[in-house]
Design a protein around this ligand. Structure first.
Ligand SMILES: [Cu+2]
Length: 381
């Protein structure tokens, strides 16, 4: 069982109370939390934008001006890099000509910063939240060596088609070394990549909500044999953090850090196909959603069909649901995306796509032109 976790001393009710009295331009976590991560009553932070550029300048500044910045280096992962980071593992040919794809995943306990000044005692796969985006091709043989270096028992439960002993389910397969993996132990999961689509993996040890909410999850992509059309691809894992362990989330995000893609908009090439692998792993709230401004996208639920099922600007996902979104941006500019559950949006689940001709506007140059980068000029996106 888990030791009693430390509380960061903020509550969601307190945050929302702050949001209700704050001006719309101040709906950023930094502004709400204050520099000590506890002051929700102060309302709008002092650091607003003077120029009104890009339409969200005030929002942008409010989100970190009063609350400092997240130390991505200390976290050991950067949400902008995580976005397009696909882990293909190591491959070799089997005697029968098939590809064998292998990974090693280590569970580690690690404190991470999920919003400026808000620390969270996470449980991680390979030191990051979400864990690595594992990517394979339909029909390959997959092998995942799982090492439990955490102080708690864990597993890796993959969504997909496989035998019961490879399901990462405690109580099933213990006799064969599967089931619950105790601290210091390891187990190698093996199965074939099926079906193609967008899946996920997560720990399945009880209490399940706690083990997942601590950060033990990741996206799992199985590409169809014939592949998909060339695109700028990115992974968005919608998550949240119950920072005071009251079974309600205080921080909501895509890829862990609240408001990260407000502070650092995602650079998009105008007219190029963009493909978003969207996964919902949020615990303690039954519904999450993704809404895009100024555009529509094709939606492939679970990614298991090659024809989209809907042309829309909003998708709703329950826990464990996922889907692939495809779109092109016809116009330059900043386009917001956020949970259409407005409460989540105001507690971190908001971001921007920055669309422009890359020859004229790199993300770093654009960000520098608009606003001061929160973590210094030496580390452009
Ligand atoms: Cu676990």
């Amino acid at each position: 069982m888990s030791p009693r976790p430390k509380s960061s001393g903020i509550s969601r009710r307190r945050l929302l109370g702050g949001a209700a009295i704050a001006a719309p331009a101040a709906l950023g976590l930094g502004g709400l939390l204050g520099s000590n991560g506890a002051s929700a009553e102060t309302g709008a932070p002092a650091g607003g934008s003077a120029s009104g550029h890009a339409g969200h300048g005030d929002f942008h500044h409010a989100s970190f001006a009063a609350g400092g910045v997240v130390d991505h280096r200390a976290n050991g992962f950067h949400p902008t890099e995580l976005l397009r980071d696909f882990d293909y593992g190591k491959t070799r040919r089997l005697a029968d000509g098939r590809v064998l794809r292998e990974w090693e995943i280590v569970a580690q306990d690690k404190e991470i910063e999920v919003a400026p000044g808000v620390k969270y005692e996470a449980w991680t796969y390979n030191g990051r939240v979400p864990g690595p985006t594992l990517r394979a091709r339909e029909g390959e043989a997959l092998r995942i060596r799982f090492v439990n270096a955490s102080e708690h028992p864990h597993t890796m439960h993959f969504h997909g088609i496989h035998g019961a002993f490879m399901d990462g389910m405690p109580g099933i397969g213990e006799g064969r070394g599967g089931g619950q993996v105790e601290p210091g132990e390891s187990f190698t999961y093996g199965f074939d990549a099926a079906p193609f689509g967008l899946h996920l993996y997560h720990c399945h040890v009880a209490p399940l909500a706690a083990h997942i909410a601590r950060g033990l999850y990741g996206a799992f992509i199985i590409d169809p044999k014939q592949g998909r059309p060339e695109a700028d691809e990115m992974v968005m894992v919608m998550n949240g953090f119950d920072t005071n362990f009251d079974l309600a989330n205080e921080v909501y995000a895509v890829n862990t850090v609240g408001f990260h893609y407000v502070n650092e908009p995602i650079a998009i090439e105008r007219g190029r196909l963009t493909r978003v692998y969207l996964v919902n792993v949020l615990e303690y709230d039954p519904i999450n959603s993704f809404h895009l401004h100024g555009n529509f996208f094709q939606h492939y639920p679970t990614g298991t069909a090659l024809q989209p099922s809907e042309y829309t600007d909003t998708v709703v996902q329950g826990q464990g649901q996922r889907g692939i979104l495809e779109l092109e941006f016809p116009f330059d500019g900043d386009y917001m995306f956020h949970a259409h559950v407005s409460e989540f949006a105001e507690l971190g689940w908001s971001g921007f796509f920055r669309v422009g001709d890359p020859a004229r506007m790199s993300a770093a140059a654009a960000a520098a032109a608009y606003c001061e980068l929160p973590w210094g000029k030496a580390e452009p996106s």
